[in-house]
Ligand binder design. Structure first.
Ligand code: NAP
Length: 243
């Protein structure tokens, strides 16, 4: 799979799944602009060592004007954008009974508005180019719901709705917009979960996924091989939600 000459923007690229996506896209030859709230010079160095251009842009995806300014910077630095991977996400788990409006708002602002904010920036670019790939990282939580995650499940279900709407809007322009719905993946986000052994036992694969396994899906969706895949939700969950 070659992505040589392509420019990819990956949000939340400093750790976990996002970092794995940056590494996989870079291994395929893409130049990488990645966003995170904190700078990540060590990830920049790791990516540059693969022989591509790489730069970290400290930006909060929940902040529309910051995202808009940052995309202007990316286009000035890299010339264009060909691939957008919306991966930045947070959790704030508690039962709805004790969930505050701020708990709900914070998660939706990052996980759903964050996707709106970035898609708004690439939309006119991809329309003009008549090409482009948008890959949104949702979650099985957005497909089946999860107790203690009303905010997160709502945000991730919203990402799926947005993905399908954009797929229909931009499909005629040669642009694809797809979602990946991971199950449990070994990252900082899942490190503190209670009863990890019990969770693993409930998954047909009997293990959590690795970030590289989600990155492989993202790289494929960005590749020529996925040119007829649009508006899809690819579950990568070790069989957790199969029925
Ligand atoms: P993670 O290890 O916690 O990493 C999150 C990344 O997002 C970091 O790079 C973080 O950097 C960045 N980030 C968080 N909030 C941000 C914001 N407002 N603006 C910009 N960057 C932000 O998470 P992960 O487990 O890799 O998850 C990645 C994505 O996969 C998320 O969307 C998550 O919901 C989804 N997902 C994860 C799992 C799982 O089991 N791990 C399962 C299903 C779906 P900073 O902290 O520096 O901002």
């Amino acid at each position: 799979m070659s992505l040589k000459g392509k420019v990819a923007v990956v949000t939340g690229g400093s750790r976990g799944i996002g970092k794995a996506i940056c590494l996989e896209l870079a291994a395929c030859g893409a130049d990488i602009a990645f966003f995170a709230r904190r700078p990540a010079p060590e990830v920049e160095a790791e990516l540059s060592a693969l022989g591509v251009r790489a730069k970290c842009y400290p930006a909060d995806v929940a902040d529309y004007s910051a995202v808009s300014d940052t995309f202007r910077e990316v286009v000035s630095d890299f010339g264009t954008v060909d691939i957008l991977v919306n991966n930045a996400g947070i959790t704030c788990d508690k039962l709805l009974l004790s969930m505050t409006p701020e708990d709900f708002d914070g998660v939706v602002k990052t996980n759903l508005y964050g996707v709106f904010n970035t898609v708004k920036q690439v939309y006119p670019i991809f329309m003009r180019k008549r090409s482009g790939r948008i890959i949104n990282v949702s979650s099985v939580s957005g497909l089946i719901g999860n107790p203690g995650q009303a905010n997160y499940s709502a945000s991730k279900a919203g990402v799926i709705g947005l993905t399908k709407a954009v797929a229909r809007e931009l499909g005629p322009r040669g642009v694809t917009c797809n979602a990946i719905a991971p199950g449990f993946v070994e990252t900082d986000m899942t490190a503190g979960l209670p009863d990890i052994a019990g969770l693993k036992a409930s998954i047909p694969a009997r293990r959590f996924g690795r970030p590289e396994e989600i990155a492989a899906c993202a790289a494929w969706l960005a590749s020529d091989g996925a040119s007829y895949v649009n508006g899809a939700v690819i579950t990568a969950d070790g069989g957790m939600t199969c029925h």
